[in-house]
Design a protein around this ligand. Structure first.
Ligand code: Q46
Ligand code: ZN
Ligand code: ZN
Length: 321
Protein backbone atom coordinates (compact mmCIF):
# COMPACT_ATOMS: atom_id res chain seq x y z
CA UNK A 1 0.00 0.00 0.00
CA UNK A 2 3.03 2.33 0.59
CA UNK A 3 3.53 5.05 -1.98
CA UNK A 4 7.28 5.36 -2.40
CA UNK A 5 8.67 8.87 -2.05
CA UNK A 6 5.32 10.65 -1.74
CA UNK A 7 4.23 12.67 1.25
CA UNK A 8 0.98 13.03 3.17
CA UNK A 9 -1.01 16.08 2.09
CA UNK A 10 -1.75 17.00 5.71
CA UNK A 11 1.48 16.38 7.66
CA UNK A 12 4.16 15.83 4.97
CA UNK A 13 5.20 12.52 6.58
CA UNK A 14 5.65 9.51 4.21
CA UNK A 15 2.33 8.54 2.62
CA UNK A 16 0.84 5.02 2.71
CA UNK A 17 -1.90 5.53 0.09
CA UNK A 18 -2.51 7.68 -2.97
CA UNK A 19 -6.06 8.80 -3.68
CA UNK A 20 -6.26 10.25 -7.20
CA UNK A 21 -9.87 11.35 -6.67
CA UNK A 22 -8.62 13.68 -3.93
CA UNK A 23 -5.49 14.42 -5.95
CA UNK A 24 -3.48 13.67 -2.81
CA UNK A 25 -1.55 11.11 -0.76
CA UNK A 26 -2.12 10.34 2.91
CA UNK A 27 -0.25 8.84 5.87
CA UNK A 28 -2.06 6.21 7.97
CA UNK A 29 -3.37 8.65 10.58
CA UNK A 30 -4.68 11.15 8.03
CA UNK A 31 -6.29 8.42 5.94
CA UNK A 32 -8.22 7.38 9.06
CA UNK A 33 -9.15 11.00 9.63
CA UNK A 34 -10.43 11.32 6.05
CA UNK A 35 -12.58 8.18 6.50
CA UNK A 36 -14.00 9.48 9.80
CA UNK A 37 -14.84 12.85 8.19
CA UNK A 38 -16.57 11.28 5.20
CA UNK A 39 -18.64 8.96 7.38
CA UNK A 40 -19.59 11.77 9.77
CA UNK A 41 -20.59 13.92 6.79
CA UNK A 42 -22.76 11.16 5.33
CA UNK A 43 -24.47 10.52 8.70
CA UNK A 44 -25.14 14.25 9.20
CA UNK A 45 -26.00 15.28 5.63
CA UNK A 46 -28.53 12.49 5.22
CA UNK A 47 -29.78 12.50 8.86
CA UNK A 48 -29.04 8.78 9.10
CA UNK A 49 -29.25 8.44 12.89
CA UNK A 50 -28.50 10.26 16.12
CA UNK A 51 -26.21 9.38 19.06
CA UNK A 52 -29.25 8.07 21.00
CA UNK A 53 -30.30 5.58 18.34
CA UNK A 54 -29.69 1.86 18.73
CA UNK A 55 -27.98 0.59 15.58
CA UNK A 56 -27.94 -2.93 14.13
CA UNK A 57 -25.04 -3.42 11.70
CA UNK A 58 -25.50 -6.17 9.09
CA UNK A 59 -22.08 -7.84 9.03
CA UNK A 60 -20.83 -10.31 6.43
CA UNK A 61 -17.17 -10.76 7.42
CA UNK A 62 -15.98 -8.61 4.48
CA UNK A 63 -14.05 -5.35 4.82
CA UNK A 64 -16.93 -2.91 4.43
CA UNK A 65 -19.32 -4.22 7.06
CA UNK A 66 -16.55 -4.73 9.63
CA UNK A 67 -15.13 -1.26 8.85
CA UNK A 68 -18.47 0.47 9.32
CA UNK A 69 -19.12 -1.40 12.58
CA UNK A 70 -15.64 -0.40 13.80
CA UNK A 71 -16.16 3.26 12.77
CA UNK A 72 -19.53 3.54 14.51
CA UNK A 73 -18.27 1.96 17.74
CA UNK A 74 -15.17 4.17 17.65
CA UNK A 75 -17.39 7.23 17.20
CA UNK A 76 -19.36 6.26 20.34
CA UNK A 77 -22.54 4.88 18.78
CA UNK A 78 -24.39 1.97 20.36
CA UNK A 79 -23.99 -0.53 17.54
CA UNK A 80 -24.56 -4.30 17.68
CA UNK A 81 -23.81 -6.69 14.82
CA UNK A 82 -26.09 -9.14 13.04
CA UNK A 83 -24.77 -12.03 10.97
CA UNK A 84 -26.69 -14.43 8.73
CA UNK A 85 -25.08 -17.81 7.96
CA UNK A 86 -25.98 -18.29 4.29
CA UNK A 87 -24.63 -21.83 3.83
CA UNK A 88 -22.49 -20.93 0.81
CA UNK A 89 -19.87 -23.66 1.44
CA UNK A 90 -16.43 -22.72 2.81
CA UNK A 91 -17.09 -19.07 2.04
CA UNK A 92 -19.81 -18.87 4.69
CA UNK A 93 -17.79 -20.91 7.22
CA UNK A 94 -14.87 -18.51 6.81
CA UNK A 95 -16.97 -15.35 6.89
CA UNK A 96 -18.63 -16.48 10.12
CA UNK A 97 -15.23 -17.00 11.74
CA UNK A 98 -14.08 -13.46 10.83
CA UNK A 99 -17.27 -11.88 12.18
CA UNK A 100 -17.19 -13.82 15.46
CA UNK A 101 -13.48 -13.09 15.99
CA UNK A 102 -14.03 -9.36 15.36
CA UNK A 103 -16.88 -9.18 17.88
CA UNK A 104 -15.13 -11.29 20.53
CA UNK A 105 -11.85 -9.38 20.34
CA UNK A 106 -13.68 -6.09 20.89
CA UNK A 107 -16.32 -7.31 23.36
CA UNK A 108 -19.17 -6.34 21.01
CA UNK A 109 -22.65 -7.84 20.91
CA UNK A 110 -23.24 -10.05 17.88
CA UNK A 111 -26.66 -11.52 17.04
CA UNK A 112 -26.77 -14.23 14.44
CA UNK A 113 -28.96 -16.70 12.63
CA UNK A 114 -28.18 -19.58 10.31
CA UNK A 115 -30.39 -20.41 7.34
CA UNK A 116 -29.69 -24.15 7.43
CA UNK A 117 -30.10 -24.68 11.20
CA UNK A 118 -32.88 -22.17 11.79
CA UNK A 119 -34.90 -22.36 8.56
CA UNK A 120 -33.88 -25.68 6.95
CA UNK A 121 -32.28 -24.35 3.77
CA UNK A 122 -29.19 -22.62 2.40
CA UNK A 123 -28.62 -20.29 -0.57
CA UNK A 124 -27.49 -22.90 -3.15
CA UNK A 125 -30.49 -25.09 -2.27
CA UNK A 126 -32.93 -22.18 -2.32
CA UNK A 127 -31.64 -21.09 -5.74
CA UNK A 128 -32.11 -24.58 -7.17
CA UNK A 129 -35.47 -25.24 -5.49
CA UNK A 130 -36.99 -21.90 -6.55
CA UNK A 131 -35.27 -21.79 -9.99
CA UNK A 132 -33.99 -18.29 -9.20
CA UNK A 133 -30.48 -16.86 -9.31
CA UNK A 134 -28.58 -17.20 -5.99
CA UNK A 135 -28.27 -13.44 -5.39
CA UNK A 136 -32.03 -13.04 -5.68
CA UNK A 137 -32.90 -15.59 -2.97
CA UNK A 138 -29.92 -14.42 -0.92
CA UNK A 139 -31.00 -10.76 -1.05
CA UNK A 140 -34.59 -11.68 -0.18
CA UNK A 141 -33.45 -13.80 2.80
CA UNK A 142 -31.04 -11.18 4.15
CA UNK A 143 -33.48 -8.26 3.80
CA UNK A 144 -36.20 -10.19 5.62
CA UNK A 145 -33.90 -11.34 8.43
CA UNK A 146 -32.23 -7.92 8.90
CA UNK A 147 -35.66 -6.26 9.11
CA UNK A 148 -36.99 -8.86 11.52
CA UNK A 149 -33.92 -8.74 13.78
CA UNK A 150 -34.14 -4.94 13.93
CA UNK A 151 -37.87 -4.85 14.68
CA UNK A 152 -37.75 -7.72 17.20
CA UNK A 153 -34.68 -6.27 18.95
CA UNK A 154 -36.10 -2.73 19.14
CA UNK A 155 -33.29 -1.23 17.03
CA UNK A 156 -33.84 2.19 15.44
CA UNK A 157 -31.91 1.56 12.25
CA UNK A 158 -30.25 -1.18 10.19
CA UNK A 159 -26.81 -0.16 8.87
CA UNK A 160 -25.15 -1.87 5.91
CA UNK A 161 -21.60 -1.57 4.57
CA UNK A 162 -22.47 -0.49 1.00
CA UNK A 163 -19.69 1.81 -0.23
CA UNK A 164 -19.37 4.30 -3.07
CA UNK A 165 -18.23 1.61 -5.53
CA UNK A 166 -21.28 -0.55 -4.70
CA UNK A 167 -23.75 2.30 -4.95
CA UNK A 168 -22.27 3.73 -8.16
CA UNK A 169 -22.33 0.26 -9.78
CA UNK A 170 -25.96 -0.34 -8.79
CA UNK A 171 -26.82 3.17 -9.99
CA UNK A 172 -25.21 2.51 -13.37
CA UNK A 173 -27.23 -0.72 -13.71
CA UNK A 174 -30.46 1.06 -12.78
CA UNK A 175 -29.74 3.93 -15.19
CA UNK A 176 -28.88 1.58 -18.05
CA UNK A 177 -32.34 0.04 -17.62
CA UNK A 178 -34.04 3.29 -16.52
CA UNK A 179 -35.46 1.31 -13.64
CA UNK A 180 -37.41 4.12 -12.00
CA UNK A 181 -38.68 2.08 -9.04
CA UNK A 182 -35.15 1.09 -8.05
CA UNK A 183 -33.76 4.57 -8.78
CA UNK A 184 -36.37 6.17 -6.54
CA UNK A 185 -35.33 3.97 -3.64
CA UNK A 186 -31.57 4.08 -4.21
CA UNK A 187 -30.92 6.47 -1.35
CA UNK A 188 -28.28 6.57 1.41
CA UNK A 189 -31.07 6.39 3.97
CA UNK A 190 -34.57 4.93 3.76
CA UNK A 191 -37.01 5.95 6.44
CA UNK A 192 -38.94 3.34 8.40
CA UNK A 193 -42.36 2.70 6.88
CA UNK A 194 -45.09 0.10 6.58
CA UNK A 195 -43.56 -1.93 9.45
CA UNK A 196 -40.03 -1.93 7.95
CA UNK A 197 -37.11 -0.41 9.91
CA UNK A 198 -35.02 2.60 8.83
CA UNK A 199 -31.96 1.66 6.75
CA UNK A 200 -28.73 3.60 6.33
CA UNK A 201 -25.47 3.31 4.39
CA UNK A 202 -22.81 5.44 6.15
CA UNK A 203 -20.00 4.38 3.75
CA UNK A 204 -21.52 5.93 0.60
CA UNK A 205 -18.80 8.60 0.54
CA UNK A 206 -15.91 6.08 0.77
CA UNK A 207 -14.51 3.81 -1.94
CA UNK A 208 -13.73 0.15 -1.31
CA UNK A 209 -10.03 0.95 -1.53
CA UNK A 210 -10.45 3.40 1.33
CA UNK A 211 -12.43 0.98 3.51
CA UNK A 212 -9.80 -1.71 2.83
CA UNK A 213 -7.10 0.75 3.93
CA UNK A 214 -9.13 1.51 7.09
CA UNK A 215 -9.17 -2.22 7.93
CA UNK A 216 -5.45 -2.69 7.29
CA UNK A 217 -4.46 0.33 9.39
CA UNK A 218 -6.88 -0.58 12.21
CA UNK A 219 -5.73 -4.22 12.26
CA UNK A 220 -9.11 -5.65 11.25
CA UNK A 221 -8.92 -9.16 9.78
CA UNK A 222 -11.56 -9.64 7.12
CA UNK A 223 -12.50 -12.17 4.48
CA UNK A 224 -10.78 -11.06 1.27
CA UNK A 225 -12.31 -13.79 -0.89
CA UNK A 226 -15.43 -12.77 -2.84
CA UNK A 227 -18.62 -14.83 -2.68
CA UNK A 228 -18.07 -17.76 -5.08
CA UNK A 229 -21.55 -17.48 -6.56
CA UNK A 230 -21.17 -13.76 -7.29
CA UNK A 231 -19.21 -14.73 -10.43
CA UNK A 232 -21.00 -13.17 -13.38
CA UNK A 233 -22.93 -10.77 -11.16
CA UNK A 234 -23.60 -7.79 -13.41
CA UNK A 235 -22.75 -5.33 -10.65
CA UNK A 236 -19.17 -6.62 -10.77
CA UNK A 237 -19.06 -5.81 -14.47
CA UNK A 238 -20.45 -2.34 -13.82
CA UNK A 239 -17.76 -1.81 -11.18
CA UNK A 240 -15.09 -2.68 -13.73
CA UNK A 241 -16.60 -0.25 -16.24
CA UNK A 242 -16.68 2.57 -13.67
CA UNK A 243 -13.11 1.80 -12.56
CA UNK A 244 -11.93 2.07 -16.17
CA UNK A 245 -13.60 5.50 -16.48
CA UNK A 246 -12.26 6.56 -13.09
CA UNK A 247 -8.73 5.66 -14.12
CA UNK A 248 -8.90 8.07 -17.04
CA UNK A 249 -10.89 10.69 -15.21
CA UNK A 250 -10.49 10.58 -11.39
CA UNK A 251 -13.52 11.52 -9.24
CA UNK A 252 -16.05 10.72 -12.01
CA UNK A 253 -17.45 7.89 -9.87
CA UNK A 254 -18.19 10.09 -6.88
CA UNK A 255 -19.61 12.83 -9.14
CA UNK A 256 -21.87 10.27 -10.84
CA UNK A 257 -23.29 9.06 -7.51
CA UNK A 258 -23.27 12.32 -5.51
CA UNK A 259 -24.87 14.36 -8.29
CA UNK A 260 -27.58 11.73 -8.67
CA UNK A 261 -28.35 11.96 -4.95
CA UNK A 262 -28.24 15.76 -5.01
CA UNK A 263 -29.96 16.54 -8.31
CA UNK A 264 -32.03 13.55 -9.42
CA UNK A 265 -33.14 11.81 -6.23
CA UNK A 266 -35.28 14.80 -5.12
CA UNK A 267 -37.11 14.68 -8.47
CA UNK A 268 -37.87 11.00 -7.89
CA UNK A 269 -38.89 11.45 -4.25
CA UNK A 270 -42.61 11.43 -4.92
CA UNK A 271 -42.34 8.23 -6.93
CA UNK A 272 -40.36 6.59 -4.10
CA UNK A 273 -42.78 7.69 -1.41
CA UNK A 274 -45.72 5.87 -2.95
CA UNK A 275 -46.82 3.38 -0.31
CA UNK A 276 -46.38 -0.27 -1.11
CA UNK A 277 -50.16 -0.54 -0.88
CA UNK A 278 -52.28 -2.20 1.74
CA UNK A 279 -49.90 -4.31 3.71
CA UNK A 280 -51.02 -6.92 6.18
CA UNK A 281 -49.16 -9.25 8.51
CA UNK A 282 -47.81 -12.53 7.14
CA UNK A 283 -49.90 -15.30 8.66
CA UNK A 284 -46.75 -17.35 9.35
CA UNK A 285 -44.15 -14.86 10.62
CA UNK A 286 -46.00 -11.56 11.12
CA UNK A 287 -43.82 -9.57 8.68
CA UNK A 288 -45.52 -6.89 6.52
CA UNK A 289 -46.63 -8.33 3.19
CA UNK A 290 -49.04 -7.60 0.38
CA UNK A 291 -50.27 -11.22 0.26
CA UNK A 292 -51.30 -13.66 2.94
CA UNK A 293 -47.85 -15.24 3.26
CA UNK A 294 -44.65 -13.19 2.81
CA UNK A 295 -42.02 -13.92 0.14
CA UNK A 296 -39.56 -15.19 2.76
CA UNK A 297 -42.00 -17.73 4.23
CA UNK A 298 -42.88 -18.87 0.70
CA UNK A 299 -39.18 -19.35 -0.02
CA UNK A 300 -38.75 -21.37 3.20
CA UNK A 301 -41.70 -23.57 2.18
CA UNK A 302 -40.15 -24.19 -1.26
CA UNK A 303 -36.51 -24.62 -0.23
CA UNK A 304 -36.57 -26.42 3.11
CA UNK A 305 -38.04 -29.74 1.84
CA UNK A 306 -35.50 -29.82 -1.04
CA UNK A 307 -32.50 -32.08 -0.82
CA UNK A 308 -29.38 -29.95 0.01
CA UNK A 309 -27.57 -28.72 -3.12
CA UNK A 310 -23.76 -28.35 -2.90
CA UNK A 311 -22.40 -24.89 -3.69
CA UNK A 312 -20.34 -26.26 -6.62
CA UNK A 313 -23.56 -26.90 -8.54
CA UNK A 314 -24.52 -23.22 -8.63
CA UNK A 315 -21.06 -21.75 -9.33
CA UNK A 316 -20.79 -19.38 -12.25
CA UNK A 317 -24.48 -18.64 -12.60
CA UNK A 318 -25.45 -15.06 -13.14
CA UNK A 319 -26.86 -13.29 -10.12
CA UNK A 320 -28.29 -9.96 -9.15
CA UNK A 321 -27.78 -8.39 -5.76
S1 Q46 B 1 -23.52 -13.23 -0.71
FE1 Q46 B 1 -25.51 -13.56 -1.55
FE2 Q46 B 1 -23.86 -11.55 -2.18
FE3 Q46 B 1 -23.14 -14.14 -2.70
S2 Q46 B 1 -25.16 -14.95 -3.26
FE4 Q46 B 1 -25.07 -12.92 -4.17
S3 Q46 B 1 -26.03 -11.68 -2.64
S4 Q46 B 1 -22.91 -12.37 -4.08
S5 Q46 B 1 -23.66 -9.61 -1.18
ZN1 ZN C 1 -0.39 12.73 7.55
ZN1 ZN D 1 -43.61 -14.55 6.63
Amino acid sequence: MAVSGSKCRSCKEPAVIDLPRHNANFCAEHLLQLCRRQVTKAIEDYSMFSPDDRILVAVSGGKDSLAVWDMLVEAGYEADGFYVGLGIGDYSDESGRFVHAFAEERGLTLLSTDLRSDFGYDIPTAARASKRVPCSVCGLSKRHLFDKAAIDGGYDVVVTGHNLDDEAAVLLGNVLHWDVDYLARQLPVLEARDGFPRKAKPLVRLTERETAAWCVIRGIDYLVEECPIAAGNRHLHHKDVLNAIEKESPSTKSAFYNNFIENMAPLLAEHGSVSSGDLQHCTRCGAPTSGEVCAFCRLVATASPHEPVPVELVLGRRGRR
